[in-house]
Ligand binder design. Structure first.
Ligand SMILES: Cc1cc2nc3c(=O)[nH]c(=O)nc-3n(C[C@H](O)[C@H](O)[C@H](O)COP(=O)(O)OP(=O)(O)OC[C@H]3O[C@@H](n4cnc5c(N)ncnc54)[C@H](O)[C@@H]3O)c2cc1C
Length: 251
């Protein structure tokens, strides 16, 4: 079985982003960029399935400009066998989930993958849509917000985090899964593995040659900073804390 893992290059989750003065989005210049954390979790799961003998190959794929090669190298450093860059022109804007899903569908079909494990959302735009749209376009089942995955023959047994508990589904392969935070703890990428990954080739598919409409459907009207948080208060003792919580009607 071949597993395809989409990986997105996003602002590192430790960076505190700032909204551009004109409200047109967030400032991205000179910020540290990394692999979307949920994609790291998805990739870790795929590598574990390969190590367990369930999967034969793990292919990482990123839709982005040439700059996205760094997250693909990181993916190969973690253990992906190969990487594909679906390349946008340099300076191209972020592509919307529907367009990414259409491009990924073409890669899934070209690669004859039987399982896609994506992140549940990208932490830059928090759309939470690509995996679901990809499943719909492929006509496959979907197991979103997966916190546990087991492949049993032609069935994926997926535990999902839902409001108020857990839900377990049995899905017939091929299937699209999306990874939640508690699916696993991604491995540390060692320097020797990163050096080896630097030498591995990255296959490139130019978006312009794929004949797929990636024109935007959405218009961002405004981006604003969240309201500043009120300052905290240092309390002298647990009794003080309890008294204040009681006064606030919290307990
Ligand atoms: C990529 C990513 C994905 C995530 N996904 C999820 C998710 O799916 N589900 C989920 O539940 N969470 C998730 N989280 C975590 C969640 O977003 C944050 O932990 C949460 O929003 C708290 O944010 P914060 O800014 O208050 O964090 P922090 O400032 O780090 O504070 C975290 C908590 O630590 C305590 N704390 C921090 N400093 C102090 C202090 N000085 N004294 C006493 N207490 C302190 C407080 O309880 C505080 O709320 C995710 C985080 C990341 C980075």
């Amino acid at each position: 079985m071949k597993i395809l893992v989409p990986v997105k290059r996003v602002v590192d989750h430790n960076v505190k982003v700032r909204v551009r003065p004109d409200g047109s989005g967030v400032e991205l210049a000179n910020l540290k960029m990394s692999m979307n954390p949920f994609d790291e979790i998805a990739l870790e799961e795929a590598i574990r399935l390969k190590e367990a003998g369930t999967a034969a190959e793990v292919v990482a794929v990123s839709v982005g400009t040439k700059a996205s090669e760094d997250v693909l190298r990181k993916a190969m450093g973690m253990g992906a066998d190969r990487a594909i860059l679906v390349q946008l022109d340099d300076g191209a804007a972020d592509v919307e989930p529907l367009a990414v899903a259409k491009l990924l569908k073409a890669v899934v079909q070209a690669e004859s993958a039987q399982l896609v494990i994506a992140g549940k959302q990208a932490i830059d735009n928090d759309m939470n849509a690509t995996g679901q749209m990809l499943a719909a376009l492929l006509g496959w089942g979907q197991g979103t917000f997966a916190s546990e995955v087991a492949i049993e023959g032609d069935t994926a047994r997926v535990t999902r985090e839902v409001d108020g508990g857990l839900q377990t589904l049995a899905l017939a392969l091929p299937v699209v899964l999306t990874a939640d935070l508690r699916l696993n703890e991604p491995r540390f990428t060692s320097l020797p593995n990163m050096m080896k990954a630097k030498k591995k080739p990255i296959d490139v598919m130019a978006v312009g040659d794929m004949g797929i409409d990636i024109s935007p459907r959405l218009t961002v009207l405004e981006t604003t900073e969240p309201p500043p948080r009120a300052a905290g208060e240092v309390v002298g003792s647990v009794d003080d804390l309890v008294a204040k919580l009681k006064a606030a009607g919290v307990i």
